[in-house]
Write a protein that binds this ligand. Structure first.
Ligand code: 9MR
Length: 765
């Protein structure tokens, strides 16, 4: 959930002395007090730029962030102030320290509310219990008080009930400062010995990293589960790793090929997490990473028989109250005057938005996972076949992975502007809630109106590309569906030709992400490539080979990775691997771009003390950096498929070491895999961290990972000044470092398939 835009500060400042309430009150000072030093900010997201994150409200108060303020509809006729509350928990108070509470609020009918700082549980002893008169003026209110008792988890509560008439209460710019500076957040990084916490393929490279002050080589020892030493060697000092600012050494035990579980590596006094050596380490991940898509389907009940009771849930957004449904969705005001049934598809991420740009590349990479099995001699498709995955369509004679892709393809086609309308054939950029919703929230409980946002050229070309790929893959199974995909694709291509520069508004980010992209040359390239491979038509051929980005390796395969902003590589990967009418010299050109990019990623991996095949300019680890790593691994894996060269394969294996624990935080970023796995990712239903009755993310969900931008309140609170590869926290409210999305799990699933084939000895070793 990206932050909303800020608003100008409103209202004059009003100093209020707190009104004492007998028996409840601690020391309350009126006006500015000596000793009320500014101190650290204790309220998180007090300006609501992060939506409702960090705030809670009683069930009788429908509250949402409107125009940058938290607004609640207070019902008529409640008896007591505390019958309707907006609050925030986990506020640390220290006895004897002075604190200052400030906020602005408006009420549509004048009321007296209580602003309390108090115990969060019975007897709710208050350190501040102020009665504040609130009306339409919205002036700033300030109270200063001194805490009587230590309380690491106090509560700030605006008690706004007790009014005979209903009214709207809005609050903003809430700040509570004081006390001593909190201790600086230190991530728990466990052992300094870092390994792939799942394991290493029997005949693959095997390396690890140790964080140490030592400058000369140390001895490492590999022990089996019984404690017997199986190998020893000397570490290689690497100096200071710029991505973590740690002094590190690497070690290599590739020569060990005895398959077993429970190995550990010890350096000096320190032992890393246990791991396996074996051939079938990625079988489960291949399936789990794909199950992610079924779990996140919109418009269908998630069936306990397929995913277990814990993960079962009702269908979301099918028009059953309180949902306003995706079956009959209007446009944002002024955008169109028709309504569309855009039910189905996959939820993008932790939010319930559905975006054609991002949804398109995800469907494409799920299909590419399957398509690879058709053309890579030693890749076998059985494990993706009918009856093999968690999809309700199993047993229908169609490979399960295609059934899953079809759920999204159907949705993508529904997003196309109908014939006869202005911009017919274009695709709407996205559909999502009018306002940001809070966490937790089941899809079926989302009460927000849903809206279609304007069509864009980028979305239209995503539809063209995926529709074309759909047509060739579904042709053997469902000719009619394949024909429908192709028609949608070619119509989209025509519409994009007619409207080549309708861009998404970078400010259209309330209630959903923007996915704004101001360069669509790569989308044209990708769509043309897919259409050419499917149809062989000259127009598409020329659009590929006359494209300004063709031959420009950095544009097609940027160092930071293919992704929703850079889709050209998806087209090049298809041209390089799927048989088509391409000439031999053209094929050589495309493959040269691919291997040049793969050479760069492999070199980055060899250079990195953590083996990661990702080295963005200035170590600028971006939002979703783990997907950049994974997308680079796809390029490497494809280069290995095509050339058989070990350097590419080895860099994929090292990339997986990084993702599964060989990294500066000793973190496995994939839920359910490794001893120290991410399991509190940002998601509205998999929100166990907020509500223990809800599940954690399902196994096989990859977290976005380190992001130097730290654009959420938790990351800003905890991670300021972080080293690039350490800008990550496994907290559900850190959406900028710890979200999960379809476009990150799709490359994970591709890579897991590649590695499983490799381990099974099916691909060249
Ligand atoms: O993955 C997107 C990332 O590249 C952007 O920097 C970020 C901010 O615009 O948005 C990410 O996408 C989010 C989307 O806008 C809404 N759904 C959740 C996505 C993942 O965080």
């Amino acid at each position: 959930m990206p932050p909303q835009r800020g608003r100008p500060h409103r209202g004059r400042r009003r100093l209020l002395g707190a009104v004492a309430v007998a028996g409840l009150l601690g020391t309350v000072l009126s006006g500015p007090a000596a000793g009320a030093e500014p101190g650290p900010e204790l309220v998180s997201n007090g300006d609501f730029s992060g939506g409702t994150t960090g705030w809670w409200f009683t069930e009788n108060l429908p509250a949402a962030v409107t125009d940058g303020r938290l607004c609640a509809e207070v019902p008529a006729g409640t008896a007591n102030p505390w019958d309707a509350i907006l609050g925030q928990n986990d506020i640390p108070l220290t006895a004897g320290e002075a604190y200052t509470l400030r906020y602005t609020a408006t009420a549509t009918a004048p009321v007296t509310i209580r602003a309390n700082v108090q115990m969060a549980t019975d007897p709710y002893t208050a350190e501040l219990n102020a009665a504040d008169r609130i009306d339409a003026t919205g002036e700033e209110i300030e109270h200063v008080f001194t805490a009587n008792a230590d309380n690491p988890k106090a509560q700030l509560a605006f008690q706004i009930g007790g009014s005979a008439q209903a009214y709207t209460f809005c609050v903003d710019d809430v700040s509570l400062t004081g006390g001593a500076e909190p201790p600086v957040y230190e991530p728990d990084t466990g052992s300094p010995v870092r390994v792939n916490q799942v394991g290493y393929l029997t005949h693959g490279v095997k390396s690890g990293t140790v964080v140490t002050d030592a400058t000369s080589p140390l001895t490492w020892t590999l022990k089996d589960a019984g404690g017997t030493t199986r190998a020893t060697g000397r570490t290689v000092p690497k100096g200071t790793d710029p991505t973590s600012r740690q002094n590190v050494h690497t070690f290599d035990f590739s020569k060990v090929t005895r398959a077993s579980d429970g190995y550990t590596v010890t350096v000096g006094e320190d032992t890393g997490e246990p791991f396996s050596i074996g051939d079938s380490l990625y079988d489960g991940l291949r399936s789990d990473a794909l199950a992610y898509f079924y779990h996140n389907r919109s418009g269908i009940e998630i069936d306990a028989d397929l995913v277990g009771e814990e993960y079962a849930r009702p269908a979301g957004h099918i028009g059953v109250a309180p949902n306003q449904g995706d079956t009959d969705v209007p446009c944002q005001e002024g955008v169109c005057d028709y309504r569309l049934d855009v039910s189905g598809g996959w939820y993008d991420a932790g939010d319930h938005g559905k975006y054609v740009v991002n949804g398109g590349i995800s469907a494409a990479q799920v299909m590419a996972n399957y398509e690879r099995t058709l053309h890579v001699e030693k890749a076998k498709g059985e494990k993706l076949g009918d009856g093999k995955l968690r999809v309700p369509e199993r047993g229908n004679g169609v490979p399960d992975i295609l059934d899953e892709a079809r759920w999204q393809l159907d949705f993508l086609m529904k997003m196309q502007v109908p014939a006869g309308e202005k911009l017919a054939g274009m695709a709407h950029h996205k559909i999502h809630d009018r306002q940001w919703t809070g966490l937790p929230l089941l899809p079926s409980d989302d009460p927000q109106p849903r809206e279609l946002h304007p069509p864009t050229t980028a979305a239209t070309l995503n539809l063209a590309a995926t529709g074309a790929q759909c047509a060739r893959l579904f042709e053997p199974y469902d000719e009619k569906f394949a024909a429908r995909c192709l028609e949608a694709a070619e119509t989209a291509w025509e519409a994009a030709q007619a409207h080549p520069d309708i861009l998404a508004d970078p400010d259209d980010g309330v209630g959903g992400g923007t996915y704004a992209d101001d360069d669509v040359r790569d989308e044209f390239y990708w769509a043309a490539a897919e259409l050419f491979v499917t149809t062989g038509k000259a127009a598409y051929h020329d659009a590929v080979f006359d494209s300004p980005i063709h031959g420009d390796t950095d544009a097609v395969f940027p160092r930071g990775g293919v992704g929703w902003l850079a889709t050209g590589g998806l087209g090049a990967l298809t041209l390089a691997t799927v048989p088509s009418d391409i000439s031999e010299s053209e094929l050589a050109e495309v493959r040269a771009m691919l291997t040049e990019a793969a050479d760069g990623y492999a070199a980055d991996s060899r250079k990195s003390a953590y083996g990661v095949p990702y080295a963005p300019e200035g170590n600028n680890y971006v939002w979703g950096s783990n997907s950049s790593v994974l997308n680079n691994m796809i390029v490497l894996g494809t280069a290995h498929d095509l050339t058989g060269k070990a350097v590419y394969r080895d860099a994929v294996l090292r990339g997986m070491e990084y993702l599964l624990g060989r990294n500066p935080l000793n973190q496995s970023y994939v839920t359910g895999y490794g001893e120290r796995d991410s399991h509190n990712q940002h998601h509205r239903f998999w929100a166990n961290q907020l509500d223990p009755s809800l599940p954690n993310p399902a196994p096989g969900s990859v977290a976005g990972g380190p992001n130097v931008g730290i654009e959420d309140p938790v990351a800003q609170d905890k991670l300021k000044g972080c080293a690039p590869a350490m800008c990550y926290i496994d907290d559900i409210e850190s959406w900028a470092t710890n979200e999960i999305t379809i476009n990150w799990n799709a490359p994970l699933a591709w890579v897991a398939s590649y590695l499983d084939d490799l381990g099974s000895g099916l691909t060249k070793y």
